[in-house]
Write a protein that binds this ligand. Structure first.
Ligand code: DC
Length: 235
């Protein structure tokens, strides 16, 4: 088998998916696509326009009509991609705490998910892509060549987020982060459409106690293995 051309990485919030995917994409020369930014872009636009994130019809209409563009980074300010909405650069705006608070609600509307499916599938079909999300291996790219479900305990994920926030000089409490993550996990895993869960053929990686380097090395080992092993020996 040749090198996996489509790699799906799913898992809960703050499990290290983006860090892993960015490194993989760089190592393989593939496109990195974080699909969460699409849901974030819709949420950002809803808040800007004073629309209710819990209104399924309004959110579906918004997701269908909004012009969202995800492009290679235009600036060297830590971004992995540019995210533009209606001609405005919202790359950092979609990371605001207010968006964090509402994005799981927006992402739970079936109409929103349907509207955003086409763009994700189009990018997936091009191949040479590492795509990150919650339902990439189960819904968006069920035929992905390699599927990873990256998990970690909620305490470990909260600890990582807390250290990151501290590093940026933000004053947040660990307890608040833990509580927010628990709430997002609940919403992402319990929604009726495309809930967060590993695909049956995904490799589940529990990253508690592993450094980002170790996680990357394990996945690279899987990539190499798929590259060389005959089909029946693949994991
Ligand atoms: O990965 P993230 O934190 O940027 O994701 C933001 C939200 O979008 C999160 O609540 C789950 C949702 N999401 C999703 O439902 N499906 C995806 N493929 C990606 C993200």
């Amino acid at each position: 088998m040749s090198k996996p051309l489509t790699i799906a990485i799913d898992g809960p919030a703050a499990s290290g998916k983006s860090t892993l995917a960015r490194r993989l994409a760089r190592a393989l020369g593939y496109l990195y696509f974080d699909t969460g930014v699409l849901y974030r872009a819709v949420t950002w636009a809803a808040l800007q326009r004073g629309l209710a994130p819990d209104d399924p019809a309004a959110m579906t209409h918004l997701a269908r009509s909004l012009r969202i563009e995800v492009r290679p980074p235009s600036r060297d300010d830590g971004r992995s991609n540019d995210v533009w909405v209606e001609g405005q650069d919202v790359t950092w705006a979609v990371r605001a705490p207010e968006v964090d608070r509402w994005v799981s609600v927006v992402a739970a509307h079936p109409g929103v998910r349907e509207a955003l499916k086409a763009v994700q599938r189009r990018i997936g079909r091009q191949g040479r892509v590492v795509m990150v999300g919650r339902d990439i291996g189960t819904v968006i790219m069920p035929d992905a060549d390699l599927k990873i479900y990256l998990d970690a305990s909620v305490e470990e994920r909260a600890r990582r987020r807390y250290l990151e926030a501290q590093g940026r000089g933000e004053t947040v409490s660990y307890a608040r982060i833990l509580e927010d993550l628990r709430a997002r996990d609940r919403l992402d895993a319990s929604r009726a459409v495309a809930p967060l869960r590993p695909a049956p053929d995904a490799v589940v990686l529990q990253s508690d106690g592993l450094t980002p380097e170790q996680v990357f090395e394990r996945v690279m080992a899987l990539v190499r293995q798929r590259n060389s092993a005959p089909a029946e020996q693949r994991v």
